[in-house]
Write a new protein. Structure first.
Ligand code: PMP
Length: 365
């Protein structure tokens, strides 16, 4: 391996590559199911798919700033248009936020971004790519954010804190009381992001009212997506909501036309059929409850989940379990040494997963 004169920035050289959920392997006698990316097994509402087919301006650039989608969101959420910034997925919007607010300071020191860990795999990548320092704070054994420890982690270099509720991959949601108290405990110049990618699946008591928090706190930014409840992961569309003091900077660093015309059309159509979207979400929530009950009856202890997945804290057996699932054409998401995340899928996929959990006794532990 000869040394090449071409070298990336130091922060990039040390980056782990994002590893996306794998597709299922074929296995004799099994219909394959993908339970590795928290996708919506029911897909989008038919009107959203139709809206994609109806787009007849493929030779034109899309609306700058996804104006039509932002107008629809502004009306639906009752927030001002200028408070909404769209992106290629909520990850696109998060990337804008981090690049606007955290990096390497004028003094050469890195800004710090605090997040719970384990959480969404893309957080460290986005933060380090911006040249900032990631500060992961371990989640508690029940998979919840350790908010006291996250407050403790704040320094005078902290610029952004990421809260993920429900937390991917462990599952629990934060409560409104917890986040309200947390906001009191951090300096008001630190941006607090509330990543609500799985918002629609939450059924807990005292759920976070993130829109109320953003209205009261200029440092709060809410992240939402069409990838999960709306079943539009393939189109890449999400958004951030914040006060103009924040969103004006997000707009400046945006990749122009990040939301395609087809993505915008589908998202607008999906918002016009929210009753159907919510019916689909309810079906997935009921399947989740069925899976959770069955696992508990089979003797498994797992963190409370408020999202469209469950977390099996298998430790060193994580990869072994994922292989056992793979042998039955179920793709799941192992995190070596920690656990396995399994998305709620089609009823037959969930049945097979439950049966595997009932009979599984393997693993290196
Ligand atoms: N936040 C969380 C917590 C996620 O799990 C995901 C997707 N896995 C995202 C953000 C990004 O979703 P998207 O970019 O598809 O909106």
């Amino acid at each position: 391996h000869t040394t090449s004169p071409i070298a990336p920035r130091e922060a990039v050289a040390a980056l782990p590559a994002y590893s996306a959920g794998k597709p299922p392997q074929a296995a004799e006698g099994y219909t394959p199911y993908k339970l590795s990316s928290n996708e919506n097994p029911l897909g989008p509402v038919p009107a959203a798919a139709q809206a994609v087919r109806d787009v007849n301006t493929l030779h034109r650039y899309p609306n700058p700033g996804a104006e039509a989608l932002r107008a629809a969101l502004a009306e639906h959420l009752d927030v001002p248009l200028e408070d909404i910034v769209t992106g290629a997925g909520s990850l696109g919007a998060l990337t804008q936020l981090i690049s606007a607010f955290a990096g390497t300071g004028n003094d050469g020191q890195r800004d710090e971004v605090i997040y719970a860990w384990r959480s969404f795999e893309a957080y460290p990548i986005v933060v380090r790519t911006a040249g900032a320092q990631d500060v992961p704070v371990p989640v508690m054994t029940d998979g919840r954010h350790d908010l006291a420890a996250m407050t403790e982690a704040v320094t005078d270099r902290t610029r952004v804190i990421l809260l993920c509720t429900p937390n991917n991959p462990t599952g629990p949601a934060l409560t409104h009381a917890e986040v309200t108290a947390f906001l009191e405990s951090v300096p008001s110049h630190v941006i607090v992001v509330i990543d609500e990618a799985y918002l629609e699946f939450v059924r807990c008591a005292d759920p976070v009212d993130a829109l109320a928090l953003y209205r009261e706190h200029p440092n709060v930014v809410v992240l939402r997506t069409f990838s999960k409840a709306h079943g539009l992961a393939g189109l890449r569309v999400g958004y951030a909501i914040g006060q103009p003091t924040v969103t004006e900077h997000l707009r400046k660093v945006a990749v122009p036309f990040a939301v395609s015309a087809v993505a915008e059309a589908a998202a607008v159509a999906s918002l016009q059929h929210l009753d159907k979207v919510h019916q689909r979400v309810q079906t997935i929530v009921q399947e989740r409850e069925r899976v959770v009950t069955a696992l508990s009856q089979a003797g498994w202890t797992i963190p409370e989940t408020q999202a469209n997945f469950v977390w099996l804290p298998l430790g060193r057996a994580a990869v072994d379990f994922a292989q056992a699932a793979g042998a039955q054409a179920l793709a799941v998401r192992p995190f070596d040494g920690e656990g396995v995340r399994v998305s709620i899928g089609e009823p037959e996929a969930n049945d097979r997963f439950i049966e595997l959990c009932r009979t599984y006794s393997g693993g290196p532990e």
